[in-house]
Design a protein around this ligand. Structure first.
Ligand SMILES: NC(=O)c1ccc[n+]([C@@H]2O[C@H](COP(=O)([O-])OP(=O)(O)OC[C@H]3O[C@@H](n4cnc5c(N)ncnc54)[C@H](OP(=O)(O)O)[C@@H]3O)[C@@H](O)[C@H]2O)c1
Length: 282
């Protein structure tokens, strides 16, 4: 049995390859990346195959002879739209008749209202229609998304946010380790909702201040004021609005469902929040 990880050079992919190398040995793990040099530097013990998600023929070649694939979702905003990139990946997976695909999806994507959910919903549909055996690991928010927020608390400052609805932050490497374990498992279910404790920004701020021993405070502001704050920090308006939009899924209630799927798959409790916060702050 051999395995491949796509978008392997990203943060998620790197953590997943590391876990897989430990679980099954690097000689059975192929890394697929668009940047050969970066991949070769990161994974000296793994076979590297090069494919951009925009290039279906290259993907078909890269996936030849692979049994199980961890398909890491692409970033929106590329030259080729993310939905087209994902169509290419699914077509290449189908062409190679892989035995299992594990796809990194979006929490409760079937009811998710956010624009961020749309490509994931489409990709789940394409994989279901493909007839390939599959599992969806629907990752709640990465704690690393909140690095600026947490660093403000670390500096004893006010850390702003605009939604008071809760979400289930976890360290990205723990989601990736969970995905790797689903890839190698004997039996899998179709959907895993990976999430940590469901808490608000206010609670995250309190936990950070306590863990870091600072007087920093989480401060709710309007969405407009949040965007203005990012602009004042030097972001252009569109980028500031994009960053602000990452809280929309929480505001819509899409990130609030508790689940112990991730801890169950990992076989141990998730890193406690205080330790995870310290890791992100560095
Ligand atoms: N749940 C959450 O909180 C959350 C937050 C952020 C992102 N995400 C999702 O999770 C995914 C993985 O996150 P991450 O932290 O690993 O992101 P990342 O560090 O930015 O890595 C993105 C990866 O996608 C690759 N990539 C981008 N466009 C590609 C293309 N056209 N063809 C092939 N590869 C391409 C990048 O390649 P290079 O290394 O060559 O640039 C990189 O390996 C993201 O892509 C996004 O879908 C989820």
């Amino acid at each position: 049995m051999n395995y491949a990880v796509t978008a392997a050079t990203g943060h998620f992919g790197q953590a997943a390859v590391k876990e897989l190398n430990q679980l099954v040995g690097a000689d059975r793990v192929v890394v697929i990346a668009r940047n050969a040099e970066k991949a070769a530097q990161l994974f000296p013990a793994n076979e590297v195959r090069v494919a951009d998600y925009g290039d279906q023929a290259a993907l078909e070649k890269a996936l030849a002879g692979i049994d199980r694939v961890l398909f890491v979702s692409s970033q929106p905003g590329g030259a080729v739209s993310r939905d087209q990139q994902h169509r290419n990946v699914v077509a290449a997976l189908k062409d190679n008749r892989v035995a299992r695909v594990v796809y990194t999806s979006f929490p409760h994507v079937d009811r998710g209202q956010s624009w961020l959910a749309a490509d994931h919903r489409l990709t789940e549909e394409l994989l279901r229609e493909s007839g390939l055996a599959h599992a969806f690991v629907r990752n709640n928010w990465y704690l690393e998304n909140e690095a600026s927020f947490l660093k403000a608390i670390a500096a004893g400052q006010a850390a702003s946010y605009w939604t008071d609805k809760p979400m289930g932050w976890v360290l990205e490497a723990e989601y990736a380790a969970g995905a790797a374990r689903v890839l190698v498992a004997d039996q899998v279910k179709e959907v895993y909702e990976f999430a940590g404790p469901i808490i608000t920004y206010a609670a995250l701020g309190e936990a950070a201040a306590a863990a870091l021993g600072t007087a920093g405070k989480a401060e709710q502001v309007s969405k407009e004021a949040y965007v203005a704050g990012l602009e004042a920090d030097g972001l252009d308006h569109d980028t500031a609005a994009l960053y602000a939009s990452f809280q929309e899924p929480a505001e819509a209630g899409d990130l609030s469902a508790a689940s112990d799927d991730l801890a169950t798959v990992l076989g141990h409790p998730l890193t406690p929040l205080a330790a995870a916060i310290k890791q992100v702050v560095g």
